[in-house]
Design a protein around this ligand. Structure first.
Ligand code: NAP
Ligand code: MG
Length: 475
């Protein structure tokens, strides 16, 4: 087997020892006077101290956003577009620094932060910059009016990218923003504040408040919010939907998933194996649309599983800062415990666990790439989101059975189809209850392509024209 020398990324992440809240264009100390630690999952060491925003801090953020709204919403679209272009270019300029910070704070491999998160985040700002002065073409014959102040709450799996998905369309359509990043991954959002300042964005147009669930609840329940955009777990999404019921506020929820990745016997199998690996092991499986349920046609199941096991052996698990690492660190000790618990349940319920032999670093939070065979539909590992590098494999005989099994879930975010037949792709895609269906590929994203769920995966779309409409009233 190949052995690689260490290839650590050496760029300076420029992380401050302590961060305040970004309100009204300035960093301010939290009224709560409290701070919490941000930990590097790669070694468990403290990276920085993050301000804990209280309800009074969230109030101040909404006041700043409310004050900024008249000016921002009345700016001609082409002027708003210039700010978005500037933000996109500044992100590109500082991409390497941001990629290292993202990897340190969240644990994802540097090659993913560098080649996926940063370019995609910049792409979202570029894309929406282009729309800002063309909003009359979003829904021809109608004009788009901004909503006001929008409250946004995001998760820890793609911290900067989720921020871009939220902020770019909100600003392009003339709204102002109060956003809360996830507790374990606030650093790139706070670094992003310096990009907003460098871009000369008027104070108060974007306000960043950090903290845990309580701060998120304060953002969601604030009376000044005209719309709430949430990405996170189905459990919290349900709480938010209940809290907002009857308020007349707009709401979009991007929640969990348990996607079926379906491989037919006529698929190019080696290519499918790459897609399966990408589908479940990308970002340690901390992906809402991860292909976490593999449905493989019975006649090729043994062959596919053999190929997959062989491919898993050469996945490099370890320090996410190493440029050769394929699978980095699990985002937090809590998430690692959750993954271990569900894997133990899988074993207890009778599924067969396979883990590739790999040496995990002594410090930090790590989990080996894993797959389960002999999985049935009633197993918890086939129903619940594990949100880790763990694949559950089921088999099917006919396309009808594949559809039945794929749709037999509370979620409906994404799906994958692998087959040589175009007609089968079209038939399957039209019958799968999933917001995004990939064919002969997986985990492909583009700012122009709307993303979102069915059923308990939430509602509303992000990206494309559909995403813009979530941030505006049609007039
Ligand atoms: P989470 O626990 O729901 O947290 C998401 C965000 O909500 C975090 O910022 C969290 O704060 C905050 N929060 C927690 N309790 C809250 C409350 N009562 N009111 C308002 N905000 C609250 O989810 P997670 O564990 O971070 O993220 C993983 C989940 O996100 C997975 O289920 C995944 O599928 C989903 N996800 C979905 C998409 C999509 O587009 N559909 C994309 C990415 C992730 P703290 O974390 O700081 O406590
Ligand atoms: Mg962290």
């Amino acid at each position: 087997m190949w052995e690689f020398d260490p290839a650590p990324e050496s760029a300076e992440p420029c992380i401050e020892k302590r961060y305040g809240l970004f309100i009204g264009g300035k960093f301010t100390a939290p009224r709560s006077k409290k701070y919490f630690d941000s930990i590097a999952p790669r070694n468990g060491e403290k990276l920085s101290e993050i301000a804990l925003a209280s309800a009074a801090d969230v109030d101040a953020a909404y006041a700043a956003a409310t004050k900024a709204f008249p000016l921002w919403s009345k700016l001609p679209g082409k002027e708003r577009g210039k700010y978005l272009f500037r933000i996109a270019r500044l992100l590109q300029d500082r991409a390497r620094e941001f990629a290292v910070a993202e990897t340190l704070d969240g644990g994802k491999p540097i090659k993913e932060a560098r080649d996926f998160d940063l370019p995609m985040a910049a792409a979202h700002f570029f894309y929406h910059a282009g729309w800002a002065d063309k909003l009359e073409y979003v829904s021809p014959g109608r004009s788009l009016a901004p909503l006001g102040v929008v409250g946004q709450v995001i998760p820890w799996n793609f911290p900067l990218l989720m921020l871009a998905w939220k902020i770019a369309p909100a600003l392009a359509t003339g709204n102002t923003v109060v956003i809360k990043p996830a507790e374990t991954t606030s650093i790139t959002a706070l670094k992003f504040a310096s990009i907003l300042s460098d871009a000369g964005l008027p104070p108060g147009v974007v306000n960043i408040v950090t903290g845990a669930g309580e701060t998120g609840a304060a953002v969601v329940n604030h009376p000044a919010a005209a719309k709430i955009a949430f990405t996170g777990s189905t459990e919290v999404g349900k709480i938010i939907q209940r809290a907002l019921a009857g308020s007349g506020k707009k709401l979009t929820l991007e929640l969990g998933g348990k996607a079926a990745n379906i491989v037919f016997d006529d698929a190019p199998l080696d290519q499918a194996v790459e897609g399966i690996v990408n589908g479940i092991f990308f970002n340690q499986g901390h992906v809402c649309c991860a292909g976490s349920r593999l449905l493989v046609q019975e006649s090729v199941a043994d062959l596919v599983v053999d190929k997959l096991k062989r491919r898993m052996q050469v996945l490099r698990v370890g320090d996410p800062l190493d440029k050769n690492t394929d699978i980095g660190a699990i985002n937090s000790a809590e998430q690692l415990a959750k993954i271990k618990e569900l894997v133990a349940i899988g074993v207890k319920e009778g599924a067969e666990l396979h883990q590739s032999p790999c040496k995990l670093p002594a410090k930090g939070f790590y989990f080996p790439p894993s797959l389960f065979t002999n999985v049935t539909q009633s197993h918890r590992i086939a129903r619940e989101e594990i949100f880790g590098p763990v694949l559950s494999i089921l088999t099917f005989r006919t396309p009808e059975e594949a559809i039945e099994k794929a749709n037999n879930t509370a979620f409906g975010l994404s799906a994958g189809i692998w087959t040589d037949k175009g007609s089968r792709i079209l038939k399957m895609a039209s019958e799968l209850k999933a917001g995004v269906v990939w064919a002969n590929t997986y985990n492909k994203f583009d700012p122009s392509s709307p993303f979102g769920g069915y059923k308990e995966s939430g509602f509303g779309r992000e990206g494309g024209r559909h995403g813009l409409l979530e941030y505006a009233n049609l007039e």
